[in-house]
Ligand binder design. Structure first.
Ligand SMILES: [Zn+2]
Length: 119
């Protein structure tokens, strides 16, 4: 293990699932790591450290949707277009889940009302 890797690992909390970044996290939820007098996004550093170079024109994407996760097998390089498409899809699902939760609330309310009538 080289010095960079062991320094990096000081900020990593390895769980069974995601490896969460315990160092500085920016406003948008990405971990930050200082290297060569510059700040880098920690998931990018993790990718370069454990998988390899990030090809030009691609971004490192989280398959697990956990922005501060640095587990290499949760990361993949995608073109920005792919990343946006997946994000939009996720947003769509979240909106749909919210909708369904609301419906469920209404249903519970209805059941309560019905029970009140009965008793
Ligand atoms: Zn993860």
């Amino acid at each position: 293990m080289d010095a960079l890797e062991s320094r990096f690992l000081q900020y990593v909390n390895k769980n069974d699932d995601c490896w969460l970044w315990t160092g500085h996290v920016d406003k948008s939820g990405y971990g930050h790591f200082r290297m060569d007098n510059a700040t880098h996004r920690s998931h990018r550093v993790a990718y370069i450290l454990w998988i390899g170079e990030v090809p030009d024109g691609t971004v490192v994407h989280h398959k697990c949707a956990q922005k501060n996760c640095v587990r290499p097998d949760h990361l993949q390089v995608v073109t920005p277009q792919e990343n946006t498409a997946e994000m939009l899809e996720r947003k769509h699902y979240l909106a749909r889940i919210k909708e369904l939760e609301q419906k469920l609330d209404e249903a519970y309310q209805l059941v309560e009302e019905l029970l009140e009538d009965k008793w």
